[in-house]
Design a binder for this molecule. Structure first.
Ligand code: IPD
Ligand code: CA
Length: 278
C-alpha cells in the first residue's frame, strides 16, 4: 500500500535543507537581534524569513493543510491543533545559539493528522545532520538508522535540560531545585545544548540518555517527538502520563525506567498550554 504522507515528508526534507542553507548563510552576516516577550526571548529577521519560506513552499503544494509556526503565532495566528493535516514548525530552534553562533541550531517540523504525529524532521543545519522519522518506519540521521542508548540505570546517564531565566521567582527556584535533585541522584552529568529539537535527537541517537523540560512549545517538540519515538525512545508528560504535544512539557529517555525516575524527581510548575488562548 502506498504511504499517503510520504510525498509530504519528501517535501518537508527538501524545504528543511533549503531553510538550513538560509540559516547558514545568515550566520556569515551581521545578526540584528530583537526581543519578543522578554530580554532573553530573542528573534531575528532570519527566524521570520525562514518561517515564511517553509510555509509558502508547503502551502503552494498543500493549500488545504493547517500550519502552526512559532513566528506566525508570535504575530497573532492561532495555535490550535485540529484533526486536519497540520505542519508544526520552528524555523530556527535555538535562536539564542544562532545569535551567538553556538553551533546547535535546527529547523524542526512535525506533521500531524488527527492530532497524531505522522512524521518529523529536525535539521541541525550547522552540523548538517538531517534527522528524519516516519511513524512505524524508524528514525534516521542523514539516512543512517539511529537508536537510543537503551540505558536503564539513571546513575549511568547523561541528562539534558535547559535553564532559561524565569521571571517568576518561584518557578525559577523550582527549575534550579529540579537540576539539583537530578544531579544528586547522582547522574553522570547535565548538559544544555540550547535547542530542544536537537536535545531530543541527541537522545534518539544515544549521545544522551534523557531530556526533560517544562515551558517549551509544540514547535520545539513535534519534530523531535517523532525522531525519538521511532529511535526506540520513551516520551511522556513531565508527570509521567501520556505525552501531549500542546502541553508545553515533556520527558524523553532511552528507557521507561529513566523517564519514570525523572518524573519522580521533578517538581512541576504551571506553564500553561499552547492552545490555552485559542
Ligand atoms: C528554544 C530552545 C531552547 C529552549 C527554549 C526554546 P527557540 O527555542 O528550544 O532550547 O530552552 O525554551 O524556546 O526560541 O530558540 O525556538
Ligand atoms: Ca524558534
Amino acid at each position: 500500500m502506498t504511504d499517503p504522507w510520504q510525498e509530504c515528508m519528501d517535501l518537508c526534507v527538501e524545504v528543511a535543507h533549503r531553510a538550513g542553507k538560509v540559516i547558514r548563510e545568515a550566520l556569515q552576516e551581521d545578526i540584528a537581534v530583537m526581543e519578543k516577550s522578554s530580554p532573553v526571548d530573542l528573534v531575528t529577521k532570519t527566524d521570520q524569513a525562514v518561517e515564511q519560506l517553509i510555509i509558502s513552499s508547503i502551502k503552494a503544494k498543500y493549500p488545504s493543510h493547517s500550519f502552526i509556526g512559532e513566528e506566525s503565532v508570535a504575530a497573532g495566528e492561532p495555535s490550535i491543533l485540529t484533526d486536519n493535516p497540520t505542519w508544526i514548525i520552528d524555523p530556527v530552534d535555538g535562536t539564542t545559539n544562532f545569535v551567538h553562533r553556538f553551533p546547535f541550531v535546527s529547523v524542526s517540523i512535525g506533521f500531524t493528522v488527527n492530532k497524531e504525529v505522522e512524521f518529523g524532521i529536525v535539521y541541525s543545519c550547522v552540523e548538517d545532520k538531517m534527522y528524519t522519522a516516519r511513524r512505524g518506519k524508524g528514525a534516521f540521521c542523514n539516512g543512517q538508522p539511529i537508536k537510543v542508548s537503551g540505558q536503564e540505570d539513571i546513575t549511568k546517564s547523561l541528562v539534558l535540560t535547559e535553564m532559561g531565566f524565569k521571571k517568576d521567582p518561584v518557578h525559577f527556584d523550582t527549575l534550579m531545585a529540579n537540576i539539583r535533585s537530578i544531579l544528586s541522584i547522582p547522574v553522570h552529568g547535565i548538559r544544555s545544548p540550547g535547542s530542544a529539537a536537537v536535545n531530543m535527537c541527541l537522545v534518539a541517537c544515544g549521545s544522551a540518555d534523557a531530556y526533560y523540560h517544562i515551558g517549551i512549545h509544540c514547535w520545539d517538540m513535534a519534530g523531535g517527538a517523532a525522531v525519538v519515538t521511532e529511535a526506540g525512545g520513551v516520551i511522556m508528560d513531565i508527570s509521567g502520563g501520556p505525552f501531549d504535544v500542546m502541553s508545553r512539557r515533556l520527558i524523553v529517555a532511552s528507557s521507561k525506567a529513566i523517564a519514570e525516575r525523572i518524573a519522580k524527581e521533578v517538581t512541576v510548575f504551571p506553564c500553561g498550554r499552547d492552545d490555552a488562548d485559542s
